[in-house]
Design a protein around this ligand. Structure first.
Ligand code: SAH
Ligand code: DHB
Ligand code: MG
Length: 221
């Protein structure tokens, strides 16, 4: 069992269940072409985010960490015309690429990219956003995941779902003594969420074209 099998199975899944998606392919092409890192969710993971948003009939979605807009576009497609997706991004170059991709996806009226470090823009959002978010996708700097989780709880309602990406990291999260702030951030997050009576949470380990990782799915009670 190796990454080649995982990638091949991802291709098989994509061929059978996802089909050809010209817009998302162009989004990926533009993102790579612009030199952004290849760290967006896989096609199958993007489809899962889309389906989760459909399942809760999401009208408002929050994303922390936009990159080129691949996951934002995937999720925004589940929204009704009156829906909104707010996505937070600190890197101006990423914002520029994402804006272009959002336009080509025809979602510029639905996706709102807020520029700045998420820990600066989240407090503004609490004040400016009258509605709570039905779906929240946490996928930015891993050291701040515990903070992003706290803000997400503030910005959610009973029935909201919160998805946290990259919470397995090839099993590195087992390294209790790690000095890697990202690993410490993820481990601290597990300590908090595991004790939090306001939510129910589980993690699914994943393999595929993006290697071995996992995501945490949290349901706000
Ligand atoms: N969700 C995207 C991938 C996001 S990659 C997708 O699947 O398509 C992580 C992104 O978070 C990067 O673009 C990075 O610039 C951004 N980021 C990192 N630290 C941040 C911070 N403190 N505030 C906002 N964005 C941040
Ligand atoms: C990295 C970030 C991600 O959000 C991801 O899905 C994979 C890798 C990273 O920073 O290396
Ligand atoms: Mg990620």
């Amino acid at each position: 069992m190796d990454n080649q099998v995982w990638s091949d199975v991802d291709s098989y899944i994509n061929d059978h269940l996802l089909g050809k998606d010209d817009v998302l392919e162009k989004v990926l092409f533009n993102t790579t072409q612009a030199g952004l890192p290849n760290i967006q969710v896989s096609a199958a993971q993007g489809k899962l985010l889309y389906q989760l948003a459909l399942m809760v009939k999401a009208k408002n979605i929050l994303e922390i960490g936009t990159l080129g807009g691949y996951s934002a576009i995937s999720m925004a497609r589940a929204l009704p015309k009156c829906g909104k997706l707010v996505t937070l991004e600190a890197d101006l170059r990423h914002v520029e690429v994402a804006k272009n991709n959002v336009r080509l996806a025809g979602l510029e009226n639905i996706i709102d990219i807020k520029i700045g470090k998420a820990l600066d823009t989240l407090p503004l959002l609490v004040r400016s956003q009258p509605q709570k978010f039905d779906v929240i996708f946490i996928d930015a700097d891993k050291e701040n995941i515990p903070h992003y989780y706290d803000w997400s709880i503030k910005l959610s309602h009973s029935g909201s779902i919160i998805i946290v990406d990259n919470v397995v990291r090839q099993g590195q999260i087992l390294q209790a003594e790690s000095n890697d702030l990202r690993i410490r951030g993820v481990r601290h997050f597990y300590e908090i969420v595991g004790q939090d009576k306001r939510v129910t949470a589980t993690t699914m380990q994943t393999v595929g074209s993006k290697g071995y990782d996992g995501f945490c799915l949290i349901h706000v009670l």
